[in-house]
Design a protein around this ligand. Structure first.
Ligand SMILES: [Zn+2]
Length: 396
């Protein structure tokens, strides 16, 4: 087995574990920085290594459209193409197909849509998406799923969830077929092409859908778990406009319904308070574009809530962004300097805030892991959230 998950310690539903992949270990809970187009915006892979990032994300839909998954494959797979030797996870593009693209037709076979780049017509089936993800060669690949708006009614949510489960079976069959005929580009050295070599395998994660309907989430988790012994599970369709209580309730339902022995990845969730609340409810992996996207708008995570560096109050502020942070921005530069960079449209400003925000979330999940291991997660979480929320009123 090339993918294993070992749980070292639990605290209620929370777990501190190690997820092993052919490109190395991911200590969980973990935040995965998002590199949609095979780059975590404004950051060099060396920066990410220095911050202690283990697994990062890329996106199959975007990389298929540009530069083309065939191009990535020809250049040795995603790890070699982007010079990232550690684990990578690719999202299938279900979310992008159903949100960014102009939809044309959807049926059980697949989806026809127009590219958001040039309007060209495309047809994605579960099989085709797995072929893209095989060409890219990430360690973990997500199934192609039917994504619907967060507050969809129960009938639409059931329809999409059941279609996603039918598509999951086709994703699995296609991956099994490809693993027996197509070598994995970018596999670590020593891996030989053989259906028996575990290094030639990719971990396919199913995605539990079901909107904000507990019974649908429970059904989906049950049907998916019965289909196959999956190396991990994605939980999709949350943090898309529903209120926080509904999101936490759905996570609790799924925590109960899924097998405990495998990592759970809550897709697209990554604000500090959401990370802590979800870790408490049994989530192991997270991703979110917020730290880099917000960083480019001047928003900064700090232990005392969020601030916006563009505000006039920071014009002569000599302090670092966050006094408790040991990132490459906070250990060298003042708020006043970084504000000056932003106001002057200097690209170093964007880079420093992206560095800090990504570092902040990586560090937060490491602290949570430490708290689980030391047996004081509840107290740590309470204190962390109280301080973060106490001053958030002055934030952006
Ligand atoms: Zn910092």
């Amino acid at each position: 087995m090339s993918f294993t998950f070992q749980i070292d310690r639990t605290a209620g539903s929370a777990r501190a574990g190690v997820f092993l992949t052919p490109h190395g270990a991911v200590e969980t809970p973990a935040f995965m920085p998002v590199g949609t187009l095979a780059t975590v915006k404004a950051l060099d892979p060396d920066d990410l290594v220095q911050m202690g990032a283990s697994m990062i994300l890329a996106n199959a839909y975007h990389l298929h459209l540009r530069p083309g998954d065939d191009v990535v494959r020809e250049l040795g797979g995603l790890h070699r193409f982007m010079r990232w030797e550690r684990p990578i996870l690719t999202d299938s593009g279900g979310f992008q197909v159903f949100s960014l693209a102009q939809l044309r037709t959807l049926n059980d076979d697949g989806v026809e849509f127009q590219s958001h780049i040039d309007g060209s017509r495309r047809f994605f089936t579960p099989e085709f998406v797995i072929q893209i993800e095989r060409n890219l060669g990430a360690d973990v690949i997500m199934q192609f799923d039917h994504v619907i708006p967060g507050q969809s009614d129960e009938a639409s949510a059931r329809d999409a969830s059941e279609r996603s489960i039918r598509w999951l079976a086709r994703c699995l069959a296609e991956l099994n077929r490809l693993e027996s005929i197509q070598p994995l580009e970018g596999a670590p050295p020593m891996v030989t092409f053989s259906a028996d070599d575990p290094g030639n395998r990719q971990a396919l994660f199913p995605i539990v859908q079901g909107g904000i309907h507990a019974s649908l989430r429970r059904d989906a988790a049950k049907k998916i778990s019965e289909m196959h012994d999956w190396p991990g599970f994605g939980i999709g369709g949350l943090s898309v406009g529903e209120d926080k209580d509904a999101m936490y309730e759905m996570i609790e339902v799924v925590d109960e319904a899924l097998p405990k022995a495998h990592p759970r990845y809550l897709m697209g969730v990554g604000f500090p308070e959401d990370l802590i609340e979800s870790i408490r409810r049994g989530i192991d992996l997270f991703d979110c574009v917020a730290p880099t996207r917000m960083g480019r708008n001047g928003a900064v995570f700090t232990r005392d809530g969020r601030l916006n560096i563009k505000n006039t109050e920071f014009r002569t502020d000599p302090r670092p962004l966050d006094a408790d942070c040991d990132c490459a921005a906070c250990t060298r530069f003042s708020r006043a300097y970084i504000r000056h960079l932003f106001v002057s449209d200097e690209i170093l400003g964007l880079r420093l805030l992206s560095l800090h925000n990504v570092h902040f979330l990586l560090s937060l999940t490491r602290q949570a892991r430490q708290a689980i291991r030391s047996g004081n997660l509840e107290q740590w979480a309470r204190e962390w959230l109280a301080r973060y929320r106490a001053t958030s009123a002055v934030a952006v």
